[in-house]
Design a protein. Sequence first.
Length: 254
Amino acid sequence: MPSPRTPVPDSADVLVRLRGVHKSFGDHVVLRDVDLDVRSGEVVVLLGASGSGKSTLCRCVNRLETIDSGEITIEGRALPSEGRELARLRADVGMVFQSFNLFGHRSVLDNITLAPVKVRGVARREAADRARELLTRVGLAHKAQAYPGELSGGQQQRVAIARALAMNPKLILFDEPTSALDPEMINEVLDVMTELAADGMTMLVVTHEMGFARRAADRVVFLDQGRILETGTPGSFFDAPRTDRARDFLSKIL
Ligand code: ADP
Ligand code: MG
């Protein structure tokens, strides 16, 4: 069983800060005046109906999308827009998607070592040692030489997590990491994520897995039509949602 976690104190440093963030696609407003702080070591679970803006919010944090107005900072610094600084941002902010996005023609080990060698300039040998360590951590030490196509979905997603960790990110964004998985594989991925949370990784997680949210989240943020409607501890949100929207959302997924 994953170990229990110690809640992150209110005094912990803010790692990611969003203030007054607006984002539209054409005349469709997707994020409205979003204020959010993610503190170092904190696990924030982002909930909301399909189309409420969860993926867009994540993508704005590592600048896969630009914002129209407002401000996003990481460790107090505005997000860079280009060049080396942007590459560093992407290295510092890991992302794990619903679709695992592994390179199919590369071995599991290569998938994990590629970015550290190319982007961080880590020596190949050192990157391979670290990749094996991470594979052990996600329970896949025996799959280092396998190709992604030879793995189950759950195993591929665990490789994707190891790949994100290989960059020593400050934060990992998870966008519905278990939504594409067969039910029997969901827990093996959630267990790895719960371990990461217990180890103090800062995580922003979009998921519909309420069991995970309850056990691993410091805070739950409920997004409705691009606006943050509620934010609270998992206990307060799940047991006593304050808005009709949140109650309605929970009644559909629980
Ligand atoms: P969620 O992840 O909560 O389901 P998204 O952030 O993916 O929501 O999408 C929010 C809204 O923005 C949706 O209405 C979606 O259709 C729209 N949207 C997302 N990405 C784009 C895009 N690249 N171009 C136009 N509309 C988009
Ligand atoms: Mg989404």
